[in-house]
Design a protein around this ligand. Sequence first.
Ligand code: ARG
Ligand code: ZN
Length: 869
Amino acid sequence: MRTDTAPTPTLLEDYTPPSHELTSVYLDFDLQPSATSVRSKIDVKRLRDEPLVLNGENIDLRSVKIDGKVLKRTDYKLDQEKLVLAKTPESFVLEIETVCDPSANSTLMGLYVSGGRFCTQCEAEGFRRITYYPDRPDVMSVFTVRLEADIATYPYLLANGNKIEDGAVSDKTGRHYAIWHDPFPKPAYLFALVAGEFDVLEDSFTTMSGRHIPLEIYVDPGNASKAEYAMDALKRSMKWDEQVFGREYDLDLFMIVAVRDFNFGAMENKGLNIFNSSLLLADAASATDMNFERIESVVAHEYFHNWSGNRVTCRDWFQLCLKEGFTVFRDQEFSADQRGGAVQRIKDVRALRGRQFAEDAGPLAHPVRPNAYMKIDNFYTATIYEKGAELIRMLKTILGAERFRAGSDLYFKKMDGTAATVEQFIACFEEASGEDLTQFMRWYEQAGTPKLKVLRETISQGAHRIHFMQSTKPTPGQSEKSPVVIPIRWQIVGDNGALSEPKLTLLTGSGTSVTYPRIDEPYSVSILQDFSAPVTLETDATTDDLLRLMGADPNAFNRWEAGQTLARHLIANMAKAIETGVTPPADTALKGYCEALKKTLDDPDFNNAFKAFVLTPPASSEVMQSLEQVDPIALHEASKWLSRAIGDLLRDDLLDRYHALADTHDFRPDARSAGRRALRNRCLALLASRQDPLAATLSQTQLSESTNMTDELAALMALTRLGGQRVETTMEDFYTKWESDPLVLDKWFSVQAMRRHADGVHAIEQLTESSRYQRNNPNRVRALVGGFAMGNPELFHRIDGSGYRFFTDQVLDMDSRNPQIAARLLGAFEIWKKLDDRRQDMVRGELERVIASNPSKNVLEIAEKTLGA
Ligand code: ARG
Ligand code: ZN
């Protein structure tokens, strides 16, 4: 896909509606691994007197017919990216025959082979690798699909919708076929087919109107029991969407297929979701609690897309947040209902801060609805997904639960069967609520994380005033920022809890203030409870304020938040001290912080999952965001220092708690059991970070005795953190034990990626060259190369530049096979402007090397933007 001409971006303002309508689509696949022929027969209606543009990439065109008549080569225009029919009748039948090579498709877009099975990924622009077609989301049609393949190798033939026919192919021995019909009009990006040998886990669901829906999950032979948790999550999702959003399933069948080679998490193809097996398969022995949790949320996410994405889709890819932000919000609400609100909110905010805030503050910053792109694949970002979800959450906060639901109902009713825009979505909420949401639209248009500044002031007679002020820094291409509407939940808190009701203040201009009467005891203000808006906070809170909130805030999220804020200060101060070589002053805040941690640890009102989060200081990558420029190794040292200090000061408590939380039951994946394991393993990690000899013994025992992967992996990580000569043999033993389970081996590779190898980057390099590595498999590459860049600051940021060089080599190597994955990996450089000057020079050199290497369009876009070229 290399192009020599300067690529031109696609712009939102250039949108024009489709020139032709496709009233029905018939596709006939003759599935052969290295030469699959695709014949399409499409009923077309011309809407405007314009050429019909059909996209196509990497496929061989065999013939084009209009109303049965074969077109001559001079009747159409054909280049690398499209087929153009200049003059078409008003309505006609278009027939196209193409051939593609799925076995050679390493991009994993379009039709490809994974583990000997055919599968597809069409979002965003993969369908054009299957046949020539107007591959844009606002062209929707009713699809009928015939699949034909060898019966022995491909006993299951699946596509969207309902199966209407199947049988043997009469004139070809050993071949069979199936015909599928999807009655709901859909864009091509929701098309899917799967063919191969599977085990099927079957179940069913009865919808709210009493319809009986068979549910089927297709997995590698032998893995059916590993899909049980996903099936359970699916049924809970279906029920939840009926109860909370009033959404009922619509087809007569719902299928999920798990594949090993997949670019992303999962895909919501109508009636036939396709999942990365890492987000579907789980059992106690091989999957962690985090895996179970992710499976639950992604199964829900893809299922919820059936309405927010499929029944109502996007007019163009600039509207991607319309389905993704909304659907992430829906899956977050589902998970909160399944697992507890405060803990879920903490997880979501950690993810938002870790990835989205970094994106919004760096060279790749873009609005939730961007207005230009080179490759849309590069815009499946934390901003579109996670910040997009935050916008929906604010909408609900501003309107209230009832009016929010009314808006959602109206949207699904009014826009059903259409390809919609963000404006149309917001208009439904305006209509249902009577609110003017004009200013709210700015959240979609403006990039960058607003800063909310909060100051307290004493006014007459001991009364108080709180000033709220907002500002947003310029982002690439947007120098001027206007105020956005910020819903701020706040409450006055004393040493024994609430001193006021929780309040909601809407900040619409650059500043506003609220007053409250005199209070005759020490108090603090709990601001942005439950993280009511995606902003950074700058307050005049003192250490005493933060300690008070850690111990007494009635809002559990903000208790956690107060501890995080304090920890961020502690780490940042220590990093500065390390960097400048001065000994930091003995910090009284540290003692207070650890005492507050202990108080929470002992508090029976909080569950273990919450306590585990309180005992987890922010990652150094998060602290980095609050700093101008920093030596990443010093920052990492500072972050290790804090964990060690907690381990030292709370040693006995952590040890007691570790023993008290020992498992006495069989493994259960529920939130309570997972919380218990999370806290226990957190205690172990803190003990290990102080190099406690006892931690080594405990980890060894836990590693050999554990019956679940959560405990096994936690013990393995504690042991690698502790170091010593035994690590190598322990790692090898683990490898041998799990040799036949690729998903567990991915975990082994991530642990390797994040270890402090004695011979530095070379150890990682050797792993990429070992026969254990699978350079074509995205999961494996993410585990090793992604894990190295994001999770091993000591090696990645080596001052000799060996980490950056190795990483860049890997990105370029990947780019030759799978540009999407390569571009995504390259995102690890987005924080480079936060690094010290010397490292910035080295990263700049690597980015220039990438650009000079004639990379794919995907990688070029990321490299150029990161560099700021
Ligand atoms: N729509 C899928 C989801 O549920 C993700 C598809 C990713 N595709 C891509 N080209 N990045 O989130
Ligand atoms: Zn999605």
